[in-house]
Ligand binder design. Structure first.
Ligand SMILES: [Zn+2]
Length: 332
């Protein structure tokens, strides 16, 4: 067993802690009976590789070359035909932000909740559902534990999900920009593929490791976000405050009203962590729209594999460019 899986086992076998003073209450997102979980294989659904790590968050697929943005949770009950029967449930109190009942993308049928009452307004995402529950409509309030649908294997991705591999893809993270649709429409490569999911397109959702939400019954989401190490730093110019900063004021520092630009720290997977305002004339303002100003050398390989850095290990990669441009759509 790898050190990572061993840590995960310990986390799960420990009593789901309830001792934090300020925190958001969390419920396991399926009807799995947690008392039956003795080892990670009791709840993780690996890819066809069979490697348990492939069900976790991170660069866990194709020998570390492919990113997995959530955790894949296996079913525990099946009908006579072998199809999963488990319920999928809201992990925290929240609002239905998106409900996609048709199979037209890699997530298949999926639901996105936003949790504006949490320490940090994160989303949670529930993908590959067999069916959505009838009450799951955009704008509906759901309390934690509310049934969202049935666990399944829906996906229009390149590889169909076979019945034995049915799972809930559970994801949590932040929405990059309310200007995403304009950015998407402006990309020449998207001319033949309309954006079917609006702001809830996967390119506008940046995930963080959801394992702590699965391991505890209370979680401080802001603290979890702050624990993510800085891997790359960018400076950018912004005529207006980017909507990301307005929606996440707890991540901004300095005189935000007088900002002519920002010093933005990113995690290795491309999540904006901390924004520091730069006033007009500040020497750290970039000469152009934005520039990469720092990289954690110990994470260079990981950043290259994630395309946060180009193959040279010095210039910005495809994903960092994309995320910065999406973040800047509301800053002009
Ligand atoms: Zn997944």
């Amino acid at each position: 067993m790898s050190p990572r899986l061993r840590a995960l086992s310990l986390l799960l076998l420990a009593v789901r802690s309830a001792c934090l003073a300020v925190a958001t209450e969390v419920t396991w997102p399926t009807s799995l009976d947690l008392r039956a979980v003795r080892a990670p294989e009791d709840y993780l659904q690996p890819t066809v590789s069979g490697r348990l790590e492939s069900a976790l968050f991170g660069m866990v697929r194709e020998d570390g070359r492919r990113f997995h943005e959530g955790v894949d949770i296996r079913p525990t009950a099946r009908d006579a035909a072998g199809e999963a029967l488990d319920e999928v449930r809201a992990a925290m109190d929240g609002t239905v932000a998106y409900a996609n009942a048709v199979v037209n993308g890699p997530y298949g049928r999926y639901v996105v909740l936003t949790h504006l009452g949490a320490e940090l307004p994160v989303y949670t995402l529930y993908a590959h559902l067999a069916a959505l529950a009838p009450g799951v409509k955009v704008g509906a309030f759901v309390s934690r534990g509310t049934r969202l649908g049935r666990l399944g294997r829906s996906s229009a991705g390149a590889t169909p999900i076979t019945p034995d591999r049915a799972h809930l893809h559970f994801e949590t993270g932040l929405i990059l920009s309310t200007g995403f649709n304009q950015w998407y429409a402006a990309q020449p490569e998207n001319r033949r593929s309309p954006n079917l999911h609006g702001l809830f397109n996967g390119q506008n959702l940046i995930g963080m490791d959801p394992t702590p939400l699965l391991a505890r019954s209370r979680v401080d989401l802001l603290e979890l976000h702050r624990k993510q190490p800085v891997a790359a730093t960018v400076t950018l110019r912004a005529a207006k405050t980017p909507d990301f900063v307005r929606r996440h004021p707890m991540l901004a520092h300095g005189d935000t009203l007088r900002a002519a630009g920002w010093h933005v720290e990113f995690s290795w997977q491309g999540m904006p962590l901390r924004w520091t305002a730069l006033e007009a004339g500040h020497p750290r303002l970039p000469p152009g729209r934005w520039q990469l100003v720092g990289v954690d050398p110990t994470r260079r390989d990981q950043l290259i594999r994630r395309q946060m850095l180009a193959a040279d290990g010095r210039s910005a990669g495809e994903l960092l460019r994309q995320n910065v441009e999406i973040l800047l759509t509301t800053a002009r």
